[in-house]
Each structure stands twice: as C-alpha cells, then as structure tokens.
Design a protein around this ligand. Structure first.
Ligand code: PMV
Length: 354
C-alpha cells in the first residue's frame, strides 16, 4: 500500500497525575506506576501534512535524514525542532517509513503559552496520533486496540507522561499487580469500576507562576538516580495506586484527598531532597494550599490540590460542588495567581481526530 501525500489533524489533551511519575530508567521506562485524570480543555491541536519524497533524493545521502518543517500557531518555530528530531530518531524503529516523507507539523495549544502548563504531554500525544494515523493509512488492517496502544507507546518516547494523554478518562501507566493489562510501555484505561463521585470531576488550574522552570523535568527524573529516598518512594507509589483502585470504586473522597495531596507534596519533597536540591513551589503556591485547607475544614466540601513539576496549583473537586468552589476560587484564590489567571478544566476522554 503506498500513500503519496495527504494530511491529518488530531487534538490531544493534557493530563494531571494523581500518583506521580518521577524517576525513570532507560528508554522512558518509569520507575513506578502512575495514574492520571485526562483533561478536556487544555489541549494541543496538531496538523500533519505529508508528501512522499523524491526517489532520487531517497537514494542519495540526504535520504538518511528526517525532513520536516515545524510551525507553531502558523509560524516557523526553529527552537522546537531538536526535540522533534530526537523524538523521530527514537521512534523510527517502530515507524520505518518516516524518512520516506517530508512532513509539515503545524501545532497550537488551547491554553496560553508560557502559562507554565506543560505542553509536552499534549504536544507529543497529538504528534504521535498523527504519525500513527499515517501508519494506519499504510497498513489499514490494524485493529483499533493496536492503534491506540502503539500511539501511547510512541507518545511515551516523546515525553513519558504523554502516554497518558491518548485514550480514557483515568489512565494508568506502569506495571501494577492489580491493573490487568498495565505496562511500562504504554498507558491503559483504568479497567475497574469508577464511582459516580468522580464523574465530570473538575480541575481548576491556578496560574501562579508563568516563568520558565529553573529545573526541567528531564533533570528532575535524572536526580532520582542515587536519591536517598528513591526506593521508598517507588514502593509508596505502588501502595498509593493500590489504595486509589479501591477509592475509585467506593467513592471515598476523604481518602482520595489524602492520597492525592500526599502525592503532590511527596513529588516536591523529592525535589527538595535531591542533590542538587531545588524548589519549584512559590510563596503563593503555599498561600493557596493553606487557603484550600482552611476552606475545606470550614465547609467540609471535598476540594483538594495537586501540583505538577511547577508552581501552579490544580484544584480538584466533584462536579456537584462546582458553583461553590468556583465562588471560593474567585473570592479567595485568584489574588494569588499571576494576572489573576486560571483555567477551568475537567475530566476528558483523550485524543480526537478532526
Ligand atoms: O512526562 P515528563 O517527563 O514531563 O514528567 C512529568 C512528571 C510530572 O508531571 C511531575 C508527574 C506526572 O506523572 O505527570
């Protein structure tokens, strides 16, 4: 089957981890399993245009290079190219046709850039979906299960957490005894029953600091090698995921809060106890955490926070409490945000073709 040219367009969402991935082995193999909520509104939309390269080119030396242009919001973006180049090199053994095509990758995010929201998960997931879609065009017999699983595996090689942005509302990545089908190589949809308390669960992202991170997550993962608490931490992630499986089933929001907040603070504790040590939280991160605890104590509304590798705070709460929590956020938390900015999001279900 040959395909001369064409184009595809996919969106893929960001995701927020509840049990955190922090630390990896070679080939983007996670040191522990993680689980995340897929988001709905924060996403990357990527258009992939492809044309078969001239045979006279593919037979000479240039054939041994990838050929692609990169556009961000319609304009050439040279500084993203090395990351994409590295991604293509990593996945070429799984998609051996890559060098036969010239690609134009045109990408945009639905959230403000430099918002401190990681676009690597949604960006790598959207690109992986498009490339996988081309493979399907070349090999139409593949099953849907294979299509999504391989897309997640490819996305993982772009950015670990991106493998959780492909398909499903709650996604587990990494081997775990009580998650049938789970794998270190790709994300899987949470296979057990989920209580209605988690239906349309809300995530309001408070933008505390939009500046460039002082320490990248690549370096952070690296620092878990020889970390004094690493083994304990990896074992704890297994236990926390074990507990969450029961919590998703029985809907116990008090226990949910304890696991999720502990995971967020443990992630940052790992950063504070690596060598070199670093702190990604800002004073307003702590102001917000304290205000959430005060509000929760006073109202008994099951609202909690989580953090990713940055200063922004994700405020998590059930859909039924949306009105009162949004009021609280507007009254008491937006003052701690940069330019009073926040993004309302909720659980979504993964990548979509346009
Ligand atoms: O996917 P990476 O390499 O950017 O790492 C993401 C790490 C955290 O966001 C901090 C945790 C997670 O599981 O998403």
């Amino acid at each position: 089957h040959t395909v001369e040219s064409g184009n595809f367009q996919w969106s893929a969402p960001s995701n927020i981890a509840l049990v955190k991935y922090w630390g990896k082995k070679d080939n983007q193999i996670p040191a522990n399993p993680s689980v995340s909520f897929t988001l709905n509104n924060c996403k990357t939309v990527t258009k992939l245009a492809f044309t078969k390269r001239d045979n006279s080119i593919t037979e000479n030396a240039t054939a041994n290079t990838f050929s692609f242009d990169l556009l961000f919001e319609g304009k050439p973006k040279e500084d993203f190219k090395p990351k994409i180049q590295k991604f293509l090199e990593r996945i070429e053994i799984y998609l051996p046709f890559l060098k036969e095509y010239h690609f134009t990758i045109d990408t945009e995010n639905t959230f403000p850039h430099s918002s401190g929201i990681a676009s690597s998960a949604s960006g790598m997931a959207a690109l992986a979906m498009n490339l996988m879609r081309l493979e399907k065009e070349l090999n139409p017999a593949m099953t849907e299960a294979y299509f999504y699983q391989k897309a997640s595996m490819l996305a993982r090689l772009g950015s670990g957490s991106a493998c959780r942005s492909i398909k499903g509302e709650i996604v587990v990545w990494g081997n775990h005894n009580n998650i049938p089908g789970s794998s270190d190589l790709f994300g899987v949809e949470f296979p057990h029953t989920v209580h209605e308390n988690f239906k349309n669960f809300q995530d309001t992202i408070l933008l505390v600091d939009k500046g460039e991170k002082q320490v990248s997550s690549t370096v952070g993962h690296e620092l878990m090698h020889n970390h004094p608490f690493a083994d304990k931490r990896f074992a704890q992630a297994h236990e926390n995921l074990e507990q969450l499986i029961a919590i998703f089933e029985n809907g116990d929001l008090d226990k949910f809060i304890k696991i999720v907040e502990s995971e967020a603070l443990t992630l940052h504790a790992m950063m504070m106890t690596s060598m070199p040590y670093f702190i990604l939280m800002k004073p307003n991160t702590l102001e917000i955490i304290n205000a959430i605890w005060k509000f929760r104590n006073a109202t008994k509304i099951p609202v909690c926070f989580t953090l990713d590798a940055g200063a922004n705070v994700h405020v998590l709460y059930p859909n039924k409490d949306k009105e009162i929590v949004l009021q609280f956020i507007q009254d008491e938390l937006v003052g701690f945000c940069q330019n009073r900015q926040y993004i309302c999001d909720e659980i979504g279900s993964g990548a979509v073709e346009y």
